[in-house]
Design a protein around this ligand. Structure first.
Ligand SMILES: Cc1cc2nc3c(=O)[nH]c(=O)nc-3n(C[C@H](O)[C@H](O)[C@H](O)COP(=O)(O)OP(=O)(O)OC[C@H]3O[C@@H](n4cnc5c(N)ncnc54)[C@H](O)[C@@H]3O)c2cc1C
Length: 430
């Protein structure tokens, strides 16, 4: 129950008892006779969780719509294995199926802009649906945008980095298949924070695993624009144990910083070194999806500042920003965190509409699993406390680099169980 994590004495029955009052909260509803309208931009982990939780807590008393961009959602966190021999283990998700039994309407159009003054979202409808949706409360969960300017000079036919929620498992497989026999894949990692900090290195393990089976002389060069990364010792152990001679990691200290990439020639030019590869997987720095900057909802960090106890925007009190688009201090940009933030927002929205008092001390936790081999996963986990406009770490743990095989197997099982549980919570029956 989302509100229990806030220490509130609420359950569904109590919320439902108050839910009838929602329709008559004039401060929030433009039309006092209609149900308050919550519009959610983005139908990924954050958006879908918030939609389901609001309905779970408030039933029919609140009208919830998701502007999902498209019919399908490709969960970026789910691509961690391929089915033998060359098939994909992850199917895309149809957003409407995930939330329709929760009574949420899905508009599979792109949100073009958020007009905060008019409290409406203008859609890319081209006559195929509504032109705009008005809201009392907006939840923005559009994920991240890729900042290609942050890569330097980008030449040639740009290859999609397969990093945002439009990339399928088959696309990732095609990336590895594009490498010729005995060829080289270069993966570049950005310097700043990015979604799921260990994910670049997990992708390298995934590629190395596929190469070992299907292209055993191919290699991966990981060109990092930083000098260290999360779970580094654990990944280096995995490279040595499973992918000896396949993965090579090059830190910024060695090359001096990436200055340009050329997708056609496969060159990655850094200040002190030029690297060549057959295929490039360039992962640019990231910011919140552009629609938020255009609406004036981001700050100099490129992300949307929020109040961490509620996920309410620090700029517009009728807007909540959740998931990777939010500026959340020390909390990871992860699916796990997006789910937790969605629950904080859903809870606050329902409590606010019911005009109930909120608890101020909020603790949340998140775990980022990285599957480095079929029976081996490493993790970083932390508990955080909401502190003003961000979350501060209370306690952090990681898997130990010396964990024995049994423990690592248990980690892999726990990672699979976590993914299953999250997907079930999102897409299973309401
Ligand atoms: C390779 C990889 C591995 C990862 N592994 C893990 C992991 O092991 N554990 C973990 O917890 N996290 C992991 N993550 C991170 C996780 O995927 C993200 O943190 C999570 O998806 C964020 O959820 P979100 O809802 O904020 O954004 P997203 O999942 O990106 O969803 C946003 C949705 O909004 C839509 N959208 C954007 N703009 C608009 C618009 N204008 N109009 C309408 N719709 C719009 C997008 O198309 C998308 O469907 C991984 C990420 C990657 C890339």
């Amino acid at each position: 129950m989302p509100c229990r994590s806030r220490g509130l004495p609420l359950n569904r029955r109590q919320l439902m008892a108050g839910a009838a009052a929602i329709a008559f909260v004039p401060a929030l509803s433009a039309n006092a006779q209609s149900r308050p309208r919550v519009v959610i931009v983005g139908g990924g982990v954050g958006g879908a969780t918030a939609a389901k939780d609001i309905r779970l807590l408030a039933g029919n008393a609140i009208d919830v719509s998701i502007v999902s961009g498209s019919e399908t959602y490709y969960p970026p966190f789910a691509i961690h294995a391929f089915k033998a021999p060359q098939g994909c283990a992850v199917e895309p998700v149809t957003v409407s199926e995930t939330v329709s039994n929760a009574g949420v309407s899905v508009v599979p159009l792109n949100a073009r802009r958020i007009e905060t003054g008019k409290r409406r979202v203008v859609l890319d409808s081209s006559g195929t649906g509504p032109e705009a949706l008005e809201y009392d409360i907006l939840i923005a969960a559009p994920g991240v945008a890729l900042n290609w300017d942050g890569v330097g000079d980008v030449r040639g036919s740009r290859r999609d980095p397969l990093w945002i929620a439009n990339a399928s498992c088959a696309d990732v497989l095609d990336l590895f298949k594009a490498v010729p026999e005995g060829g080289r894949l270069a993966i570049t990692a950005p310097s700043g924070g990015h979604r799921c900090p260990p994910a670049v290195y997990e992708r390298a393990c995934l590629g190395a695993r596929w190469f070992k089976q299907h292209n055993p002389t191919a290699t991966i060069l990981l060109i990092d624009d930083k000098d260290s990364y999360p779970l580094q010792a654990q990944f280096e152990t995995a490279y040595a144990d499973y992918y000896e001679g396949v993965i090579e990691w090059v830190p910024r200290d060695f090359h001096g910083g990436i200055e340009s990439v050329d997708f056609d020639s496969g060159a990655v030019v850094a200040r002190d070194e030029t690297f060549k590869a057959d295929v490039l997987n360039v992962i640019p720095p990231q910011t919140a999806a552009r629609i938020l900057a255009e609406a004036g909802l981001t700050d100099e960090s490129g992300y949307a500042p929020i109040d961490a106890t509620t996920m309410r925007s620090a700029i517009d009190e009728n807007i909540y920003v959740i998931g990777d688009a939010a500026s959340v201090g020390e909390l990871s940009k992860s699916a796990h965190a997006a789910q937790v933030e969605a629950r904080l927002a859903a809870c606050d929205i329902v409590l606010r509409l019911l005009q109930m008092k909120v608890e101020e001390r909020i603790q949340v936790s998140d775990t980022c699993w990285s599957t480095v081999a079929p029976d081996d996963a490493v993790y970083m986990a932390a508990t955080y406390e909401a502190a003003g406009t961000g979350f501060k770490t209370v306690e952090r743990t990681t898997s130990d680099v010396d964990d024995d095989a049994t423990l690592r197997q248990q980690n892999a099982a726990a990672a699979a169980a976590w993914r299953g549980k999250l997907l079930q919570a999102l897409y299973g029956p309401h």
